[in-house]
Design a protein around this ligand. Structure first.
Ligand code: GLP
Length: 239
């Protein structure tokens, strides 16, 4: 199955193109279920979503399910992914906070509860970024593709990459996270992956052109029937 790849001049164009894909769903289905991601990559897409609300669109019946969350960080902590979503999107649109879901916890029971909640809905569009080592959500290299929501030990590479959000101090970056599994992500009807910057070029190449192998978690998406990848020039430079 061929992934649809759109290459853009820069970050703003990438965000606008990605929003174009999402907008089709938002217009067609006022109670769509969105899978959302954190990280700097989708922030521009979220800005477009906010602008669409300012232009009159209502998200009041939209539901959202986030990919992942750190373990050991309070929801109210400024570094939590819950706070990230609130600050970068939820507070500026009219989504009902009761309709927003971010996984939380560190036990099997917490994972199962999130997976059970997800099995009651069906994600129409899953937004993804990609890690420098090809992770999606927090599914690090080597994660079996059939895995559902689970607790992961974060790699050194991922903790370093995220240290910028923790006073550039890797020791402050949590060592574990709760994340949807690749098996969870593959159930979504459509996937929208955004990536920008040269530091993503290798991961993007492995995802699209490499073998389907757990060494690059995102390569699993080659088996998904409906994937749109929106890139800036730098992230696409090795294709
Ligand atoms: C974190 C998140 C991923 C995200 C990745 C890339 O590890 N768990 O979901 O895709 O960072 O982040 P950024 O978009 O900031 O490069």
């Amino acid at each position: 199955i061929q992934m649809k790849v759109i290459v853009c001049e820069n970050y703003d164009e990438m965000s606008a193109k990605a929003f174009g894909v999402m907008k089709e769903l938002l217009d067609a289905k006022k109670d769509a279920v969105l899978g959302l991601a954190t990280g700097s990559s989708p922030v521009g897409l979220y800005k477009e979503m906010i602008q669409y609300h300012k232009d009159g669109y209502s998200y009041k019946d939209i539901k959202s399910y986030n990919l992942d969350e750190y373990v050991g960080i309070d929801r109210k902590d400024p570094q939590s992914y819950y706070t990230f979503m609130y600050e970068n999107l939820f507070k500026d649109i009219d989504i009902d906070l009761n309709n927003t879901h971010v996984p939380y916890g560190n036990t099997e029971t917490d994972c199962k509860a999130y997976e059970d909640a997800l099995s009651e809905v069906s994600i129409d569009l899953q937004v993804l970024g990609i890690g420098q080592n090809g992770h999606i959500g927090f599914n690090e290299p080597g994660t079996p593709f059939e895995e559902l929501t689970h607790i992961v030990d974060l790699t050194e590479n991922t903790r370093e990459a995220n240290a910028r959000f923790f006073d550039n101090d890797i020791n402050k970056v949590p060592t574990q996270a709760i994340t949807m599994g690749i098996g969870t992500i593959m159930k979504s009807k459509k996937v929208l992956l955004v990536a920008n910057g040269e530091n993503k070029a290798d991961a993007v190449k492995a995802m699209i052109e490499g073998p389907i192998d757990t060494a690059c978690a995102a390569s699993a998406l080659q088996n998904h029937a409906d994937v749109v990848v929106v890139l800036d020039k730098a992230a696409a430079s090795k294709l």
